[in-house]
Write a protein that binds this ligand. Structure first.
Ligand SMILES: [Fe+2]
Ligand SMILES: [Fe+2]
Length: 306
């Protein structure tokens, strides 16, 4: 209700001004004026999310109040728990920050500059493509989220810096977007692919890289482009060797392989985590970076998987 410029929003009207719904989160714009935006963000349990420094170092303050649930600030220095009724905010942020929703979380999110449509536009499109790929290929359903989770754990184990972890989180989630262009018949083919079919699969890193260029505030296209490169130069699309492949792509390569091997595929059934690890270990130093393989094994040990 609007009382001469005083706007009262009762519980019965839950819609807000606008809403962006992604797979595991929802962002609702509930008030805006003079550039300031007030939002409610709901995030599912075990989902990581990031706050990025503004483009062009614009002065912006972003404030988050935990209404419900528990959030962990992931950092290589120390991890901090943020509980209901506690808050965090950024002012002149210089590096991206990564957080994890430990439970289902509801946040009050206030930004001193408009961010809602900016976040909405680029990410909604990419999330929708991920959803479409999950529908196209039931074998890889949930693959991107699992790869993202494992990738972040490996990166934390390797003590990668915060900006790298934030880039990785996005790159891992969207590494296979380019699969949207691969013919369904090829994705679901039970047997070996023909030369031409394999050639069309090999185009997906480049197509994924083009998609993520739409994310305006961070460039993760090289990471995405290189996720099928192998350190002996036998990968694709460029056949890059060891030191030409970025560390983030090397981490995704291991997490991606592990997830692919331990889930059923049209051409073979899943192998056990132990078998997958043995295979990855065998190829350590040939396809995979040994330092990544080592961190990967430590991560799985910590998680009690091996
Ligand atoms: Fe891929
Ligand atoms: Fe993948």
């Amino acid at each position: 209700m609007n009382y001469n410029g005083l706007l009262i929003h009762n519980n019965k009207d839950q819609d807000g001004l606008d809403k962006v719904t992604l797979d595991n989160s929802e962002l609702k714009l509930i008030a805006s004026g003079d550039g300031v935006e007030v939002m409610i963000q709901a995030i599912n349990a075990n989902i990581t999310f990031d706050i990025y420094p503004p483009e062009d170092n614009a002065p912006i303050m972003e404030f988050f109040y935990v209404i419900e649930g528990q959030v962990e600030y992931l950092s290589t220095e120390e991890s901090v728990l943020i509980n209901p009724h506690e808050y965090f905010y950024t002012k002149n942020l210089t590096k991206p920050c990564v957080f994890k929703a430990l439970t289902k979380v509801k946040l009050l999110y206030v930004s001193s500059q408009p961010v809602f449509h900016f976040i909405g536009e680029s990410l909604t499109e990419l999330h929708n493509i991920n959803k479409e790929i999950d529908l196209k290929d039931k074998y890889t359903r949930g693959h991107s989220e699992r790869v993202q989770n494992l990738t972040i754990k490996i990166a934390l184990q390797m003590q990668l810096n915060r900006d790298k972890i934030a880039s990785l989180a996005l790159a891992a989630l969207f590494h296979d977007l380019g699969k949207i262009f691969i013919d369904d018949k090829i994705l679901r083919k039970p047997g070996k692919l023909t030369f031409d079919e394999y050639e069309s699969v090999k185009l997906h890193p480049e197509n994924s890289a083009n998609y993520v260029k739409k994310i305006k505030y961070i460039d993760v296209s090289d990471i995405v482009l290189q996720h099928h490169e192998r350190i002996d130069g036998s990968g694709y699309p460029l056949g890059l060797k060891d030191d030409k492949i970025c560390i983030e792509a090397k981490i995704i390569a291991v997490a991606d392989t592990f997830d692919a091997m331990t889930t059923d595929r049209p051409y073979r059934s899943a192998v056990t985590p132990k078998e997958a690890i043995d295979e990855i270990k065998r190829l350590s130093g040939i396809w995979y970076d040994p330092s990544v393989v080592e961190a990967f094994i430590l991560t799985l040990q910590k998680d009690g998987i091996i």
